[in-house]
Design a protein around this ligand. Structure first.
Ligand code: ADP
Length: 341
């Protein structure tokens, strides 16, 4: 049996209790059972309407106030059948779900605040090194080194390198903020993923020469698969992954790409036989500014933003990216793309 305290139910029971007293008195003193029943019935009906009227008005007004506060003046809920049937339970359920929503909102705001603080800290930390280096070289040159043929060209070259690094950092920061704010529009087109990989190999040929690293396709790789994606963004992804494979690969090593047909999707893999990544670092690898070996990777010029940009691009395509690695043996980064029909 339902035990909800609706205004109707409260009015009925309280008017019954009120009417029962005069009915009993009439029955005791006049012994007239008919009158007692009439007073009981009439009193209950009259009492019911009067109490119900005031109760509903009172509760309705108070509840409407609560609704106005939690729904910011949107009181359309008040006409719903559920609310009309049991306003007290409805309002209690709504208030607790409203409170839960606010709690989640506050937790999210706190998390965003923490992220914002961390992000600003990281950005200023990353900018500091190239700015101070640039400042140092320029001042040394101005203080006389400019006229010293032994060092002037070397210092200018280093200043230029620091400026290039600043530009690279700012470009990465722009990319990440555009991707995170969702203002990046993907230009979906059909293209051969194998041709795009070859194009990236050609672009990075110079980078491989110094360390004598060989670039190529895996034997098991498909020869020509077409995907539907934003070509320039996927080129950015491949450049980043292959560049990392070269950067963190070993001298005279090999970087191999594989392209596999997975029914609706295509799987693209980039494998190197380099230093690998410790298990503990794998879950954090795609975080902004995360580096496995901070001093060494910063020396090699990375911003620590590359993999998080890559992840954003792949996720903007509705696809996923993963990594497998064994320390000392090498790493494989794999991502999926939609197959072109
Ligand atoms: P970075 O600009 O420092 O290269 P990324 O976001 O591209 O930043 O990579 C984050 C970190 O992940 C790198 O600093 C490096 O420690 C590690 N990493 C990325 N790719 C590889 C790889 N192929 N082999 C080993 N470590 C890698």
């Amino acid at each position: 049996m339902s035990t909800t305290a609706t205004p109707g139910r409260i009015a009925f029971y309280s008017s019954l209790i009120i009417a029962i007293i005069p009915a009993i008195l009439i029955w005791i003193f006049s012994k007239n059972i008919l009158w007692a029943i009439v007073v009981l019935g009439g009193g209950t009906v009259f009492g019911y309407f009067v109490i119900n009227f005031f109760l509903e008005r009172f509760i309705y007004r108070k509840i409407k106030l609560i609704y106005k506060n939690i729904h910011r003046l949107n009181t359309e809920h008040l006409s719903s059948a559920e609310y009309q049937k049991d306003p007290i339970s409805s309002v209690s359920a709504e208030v607790s779900s409203w409170a839960q929503e606010r709690r989640e909102e506050i937790a999210l705001l706190k998390e965003q605040e923490r992220y914002r603080r961390e992000f600003i800290g990281n950005v200023s930390h990353e900018l500091k090194t190239p700015i101070f280096q640039l400042q140092g070289y320029v001042h040394t040159l101005l203080d006389g080194a400019l006229n010293d043929p032994e060092v002037n060209e070397r210092f200018l070259g280093r200043a230029a390198k620091s400026a290039d690094r600043l530009v690279e950092l700012v470009n990465d920061l722009t990319s990440i903020s555009q991707l995170e704010s969702g203002i990046v529009q993907l230009k979906q087109e059909k293209f051969s993923i194998n041709s795009l990989i070859k194009e990236v190999f050609d672009d990075l040929e110079l980078a491989t020469e110094r360390r004598k690293i060989t670039l190529g396709f895996k034997e098991t790789s498909e020869k020509n698969l077409k995907v539907k994606a934003d070509r320039s963004r996927i080129k950015q992804v491949l450049t980043n992954l292959i560049m990392n494979a070269i950067k963190y690969g070993r001298d005279k090593g090999t970087v191999l790409c594989g392209v596999y047909d997975m029914d609706k999707n295509i799987l693209v893999e980039v494998t190197d036989d380099g230093e690998g990544i410790p298990d503990a670092s794998l879950p954090r690898l795609f975080e902004r500014f995360y580096r496995v070996d901070k001093s060494r990777t910063r020396e090699s010029g990375g911003s620590g933003l590359g993999l998080s940009i890559v992840k954003h691009i792949i996720e903007a395509h509705g696809q996923s990216i993963h990594v497998r690695s064994k320390e000392g043996k090498g790493s494989t980064f794999g991502f999926t793309l939609q197959k072109a029909k």
